[in-house]
Write a protein that binds this ligand. Structure first.
Ligand code: FRU
Length: 499
């Protein structure tokens, strides 16, 4: 076991349930319960159906797993302010993927970053549930003060948790250096076990000679890892438009195929100018080689607030969460927290080998009531309560507008063969357009500024976040001459923050 540096002492972190943390000197301490703010009731922008941290900053979902009948969610967490900073792993647990119990911080930075005045820490990673049920986590530690403070370095670590998954019991470095041609960026491990060959495999995001790439590692025991090959190297196009490396690769088997999901750091999509996009490709994985079955990468979500998706296996489904965020459109200053997760999405493949995503069905039990239409297609909403609208038929040309007291909140329309989303922004409305499609069904959820839409059985998804006009009072569905609506239903939702 190699411990490279001073280990930050987690002993001070509160043991019980939801807790608020403050930084005193360079230690995190639990705030007394009587000094907790009314942290979720008072925030008009806090989603009521989705996970968000009780305070401070979150980004990527990490360590997702289903263990002893409960879902565990870990996440990139900077516990003392609503800005990115020294990274910890927050932790929450749920019976149903919607109502979460917030637990103490699970991982702390290896170095005492606050006293160094640096960022880095326990970066993203995933859970591995072994063939005999044992759990371990693999993650990246970014060490800003490495090599006599010259530069940062990203190393891969393996954590064995306590049986209740509340504390790390062993934490060891398993990979220090990347292969020849790689540089600083070397992160976000995802591990699986190939039962037929009895070998462990890991993918990592990196760059090889400047090309964004996914690296493949192998192991016989899950601890001693060897570099095998470049699993995926991005075409020249990505480098040309600014991509520096791959991050948050996800690689998993689905319906007999393999799916690779990636984010490209620094990339600007040239036709739309968008950043922060996730891409997927479906293929086969044999003899440690990934062979794409589709010529193109699939843009996973056309709304650009859907990033760092991670999936895991539970109850024979592949379930994913993503971080609903875009560095360009930030939460207004002064909020007690930043960062939210998407609805849990169940992944599938359609006939064209596109990755499809649909909300995990547990949301249905959170419905409070069906909304009535008056006139047809017009729904009066309960301001602040999440709403779902479900439509089916021949929907080309349809238009859906959400109105808040202060004006339009969002507009979704099928225009010139594409789905368009626009939401209220301080800088005026910005439109997001899907790839061309003929629209057969559409489900949308709006939850205090978070808009997630699922079209054509989840083959086309769009997610946008706005902080303006978030209390919906009215929703209007307007058909065009070409539209034939067969199903038009809407529900109001209870909050997952209350029983
Ligand atoms: C993605 C990411 C990961 C990294 C983490 C750090 O949002 O940049 O690549 O591990 O965030 O917080």
């Amino acid at each position: 076991e190699i411990s490279l540096f001073y280990r930050f002492d987690p002993a001070h972190v509160a043991e019980d349930g939801v807790t608020f943390l403050d930084l005193q000197g360079d230690r995190l301490v639990a705030r007394p319960k009587d000094a907790w703010p009314a942290w979720y009731e008072n925030d008009p922008d806090r989603p009521q159906l989705r996970f968000s941290p009780f305070q401070a900053w979150m980004n990527d979902p990490n360590g997702l797993c289903f263990v002893d009948g409960r879902y565990h969610l870990f996440y990139q967490f900077h516990p003392v302010e609503a800005e990115w900073g020294p990274m910890h792993w927050g932790h929450a647990v749920s019976d149903n993927l919607y109502r979460w119990t917030h637990l103490p911080v699970f991982l702390h930075p290896e170095q005492n970053l606050w006293s160094l005045g640096a960022t880095g820490g326990a970066f993203s990673g995933s859970a591995f549930v072994g063939p005999e049920g044992g759990v371990s986590f693999y993650y990246t530690e970014r060490l800003p003060a490495y090599d006599l403070f010259k530069d940062y370095k990203e190393v891969q670590k393996q954590v064995v948790p306590s049986a209740d998954l509340l504390h790390p019991e062993a934490n060891r470095v398993v990979l220090i250096d990347g292969p020849p041609g790689s540089a600083h960026d070397f992160r976000d491990p995802k591990v699986w076990y190939d039962a037929a060959r009895r070998v462990y495999r890991m993918v990592l995001g990196a760059a090889i000679d400047g090309d964004p790439a996914v690296l493949l590692y192998g192991s016989a025991d899950g601890t001693d890892w060897k570099y095998l090959s470049v699993l995926y190297r991005a075409p020249e196009h990505f480098r040309q438009y600014g991509a520096r490396c791959v991050e948050c690769p996800d690689f998993f088997e689905l319906d007999g195929r393999f799916v690779l999901v990636m984010g490209f750091v620094g990339y600007t999509e040239p036709t739309t100018g968008r950043h922060n996009l996730l891409y997927a490709q479906v293929g086969t994985f044999e003899d440690d080689r990934f062979m794409p079955l589709t010529p193109e990468l699939q843009e996973l979500d056309f709304g650009t607030d859907f990033y760092a998706m991670q999936s895991f296996r539970a109850k024979e489904r592949q379930i994913a969460f993503a971080w609903l965020f875009n560095w360009e459109f930030r939460k207004p200053a002064g909020s007690p927290y930043s960062g939210e997760l998407s609805l849990p999405r169940v992944l599938g493949l359609d006939a064209q080998l596109r990755l499809t995503m649909l909300p995990e069905e547990g949301y249905r039990v959170l419905r409070s009531r069906a909304l009535t239409q008056d006139p047809p297609g017009h729904f009066a909403c309960e301001p602040g309560q999440p709403i779902e609208v479900s439509l089916a038929g021949a929907l080309d040309g349809i238009r859906i507008v959400g109105r808040a007291g202060d004006g339009e909140s969002f507009m979704i329309a099928h225009v010139s063969g594409r789905l368009v989303i626009s939401v209220a922004e301080d800088a005026g409305e910005i439109e997001y357009r899907s790839t061309p499609l003929s629209l057969g069904n559409l489900t949308l959820f709006f939850d205090r500024g978070v808009l997630e839409i699922f079209a054509n059985d989840g083959a086309v998804c769009g997610t946008r976040r706005t902080y303006k006009n978030t209390a919906l009072i009215r929703l209007e569905v307007t058909p065009s001459d070409a539209t034939r609506i067969e199903v038009c239903e809407a529900w109001s939702y209870n909050s997952v923050w209350r029983e």
